[in-house]
Write a protein that binds this ligand. Structure first.
Ligand SMILES: NC(=O)c1ccc[n+]([C@@H]2O[C@H](COP(=O)([O-])OP(=O)(O)OC[C@H]3O[C@@H](n4cnc5c(N)ncnc54)[C@H](O)[C@@H]3O)[C@@H](O)[C@H]2O)c1
Length: 344
C-alpha cells in the first residue's frame, strides 16, 4: 500500500468495470492506477474518464510495480487464466462472479492464491447490500433464535441479457445458477454455513440455450443437518426479484431487493406472541429511483473494496474469499448433476 492507499489495476472495462471505476473514484483508501481491455478503444475511453493510464495488454499492467491489486471484470471464461497470471505476478485479486466456469478451474485458482500468498476475493457484492447487512446484524444478534432453515430466490428474464455470452455455456459454465443465481448461492451459504450435500434439478425448456438452465432448484444441507432451498431463474416475467428468508426457532428475517427492504418477525419464546419490524432504507430507495439500481451497486462496491483491503491487511472482513467463490460454483455444478456430496 502506498501510505494508506491501495492501488488497483482494472482488467475488463465493460459495464461492471465502469461501475468498479466509479466506486474507486469515490474512495480515499483506494485508487485506480491503470486499466486494460482487449477492446483498446473501450480501455482508452475509461482511462480518460477516470484519469488513469491504459496499458495495451494484461502483461504490461501486471508488470507495473505501482499496482498491488487487480479487479478481474472480464467474462467468466477468462477469470481462471487472468486471475492466475495476476497472482503469479504478486497482485491481490478481486475476481468478479462467478469465480470461474467450473469447480476444476476454481480449485486451480484458489490453489494459485495459496501458493502466491496473495489474497483472492470473489465479487459477491450482494453481501454489502443494506438489506443483507441488516439481516446479518439481526441474525447474529440471536433475535430469531437458532437457525432452522433458509429459502431463497433470485429471478429476472433472459430477455434482458445485453450480452449473448451470458447464455453461452462455454463462457459462463451454465445458466441462471452461474449468473444471478451465484449471488443467491453465496448468500444462502453465508447464512447456512458450508453445504455438505446438494440435491437439485434444472430446467431449460423455455429459452433453449444449450447447457444453460432457465431455472435451477437446489436443496442444500449443512453439517448440522440444517436445510436451505433455493431457486435461480431466468423466467421471472414480473421484473427483477431477489430475496432470502432466514427462519429461526423464534422468528424469521427476510432481506430483499429491489427495492431494498429487511423485515423481521420474532417472539421471546418459540410459539410465543410475535412482533414485526421493517427497515425500508428510505435514502437508498430514493437514490435508486433517482439514479437507478446502478447507484446502489456502486455503493455496495465501495463497501466491498473496504472489506477487500481489510482482508489484505489480515483484518476480519465480510469479503467473499476465493474459497467462497469455489463453494458457490460447486453448488451450481452439483445442482446441474442432480445430487452430490460436496468434498472441497
Ligand atoms: N457483481 C455483479 O453484480 C455483476 C453483475 C453483472 C456482471 N458481473 C460479472 O462481471 C464480469 C463482467 O461483466 P460485464 O457485464 O462488465 O461484461 P462486459 O461484456 O460489459 O465487459 C467485459 C469487458 O471485458 C473485456 N474483455 C474480454 N476478455 C478480455 C481479456 N481476456 N482481457 C481483457 N479484457 C477482456 C471486453 O472487451 C469488455 O470490455 C463478468 O464476470 C460478469 O459475470 C457481475
Amino acid at each position: 500500500m502506498a501510505g494508506s492507499t491501495m492501488r488497483f489495476g482494472l482488467i475488463g472495462c465493460g459495464a461492471i468495470g465502469e461501475l468498479r471505476a466509479q466506486a474507486l473514484a469515490q474512495m480515499e483508501a483506494c485508487q485506480l492506477v491503470a486499466v486494460t481491455d482487449v477492446d483498446l478503444v473501450r480501455g482508452k475511453s475509461l482511462s480518460q474518464r477516470f484519469n488513469c493510464s491504459m496499458e495495451a495488454d494484461l502483461n504490461l499492467l501486471l508488470k507495473r510495480d505501482d499496482i498491488e491489486a487487480v479487479i478481474v471484470s472480464t467474462p467468466p471464461s477468462s477469470h481462471a487464466e487472468i486471475g492466475e497470471a495476476a497472482l503469479q505476478a504478486g497482485k491481490h485479486v478481486l475476481c468478479e462472479k462467478p469465480l470461474t466456469r467450473t469447480v476444476a478451474e476454481s480449485k486451480q485458482l484458489v490453489k494459485a492464491a495459496e501458493k502466491s500468498g496473495k489474497f483472492l476475493g470473489t465479487g459477491f457484492n450482494y453481501r454489502f447490500y443494506p438489506s443483507v447487512l441488516k439481516a446479518r446484524e439481526l441474525f447474529d444478534s440471536g433475535l430469531i433464535g437458532e437457525l432452522d432453515h433458509i429459502r431463497s430466490y433470485a429471478g429476472y428474464t433472459a430477455a434482458d441479457h445485453h450480452q449473448a455470452w451470458l447464455h453461452d455455456a462455454n463462457v459462463m459454465g451454465g445458466g441462471a445458477l452461474r449468473d444471478n443465481g451465484i449471488h443467491l448461492i453465496d448468500l444462502t451459504l453465508y447464512f447456512l454455513g458450508e453445504a455438505v450435500q446438494v440435491k437439485g434439478f434444472t430446467s431449460e425448456a423455455v429459452w433453449g440455450f444449450e447447457d444453460c438452465e432457465d431455472n435451477g432448484f437446489a436443496l442444500l444441507r449443512n453439517p448440522e443437518g440444517k436445510i436451505a432451498a433455493l431457486q435461480a431463474s431466468w423466467t421471472e416475467w414480473r421484473g427483477y426479484k431477489f430475496l432470502i428468508d432466514i427462519y429461526g426457532t423464534r422468528g424469521a428475517i427476510r432481506a430483499s431487493c429491489f427495492p431494498m427492504l429487511t423485515q423481521v418477525t420474532w417472539a421471546e419464546t418459540t410459539g410465543g406472541r410475535t412482533q414485526s419490524k421493517s427497515e425500508y432504507f428510505p435514502y437508498i430507495q430514493v437514490m435508486e429511483k433517482l439514479r437507478s439500481y446502478r447507484w446502489v451497486v456502486v455503493q455496495s462496491f465501495i463497501r466491498e473494496f473496504e472489506a477487500f483491503t481489510q482482508a489484505v491487511q489480515g483484518k476480519p472482513s465480510e469479503i467473499a474469499t476465493g474459497m467462497d467463490g469455489l463453494r458457490a460454483v460447486a453448488v451450481g455444478e452439483a445442482t446441474s448433476l442432480g445430487e452430490k456430496v460436496l468434498e472441497l
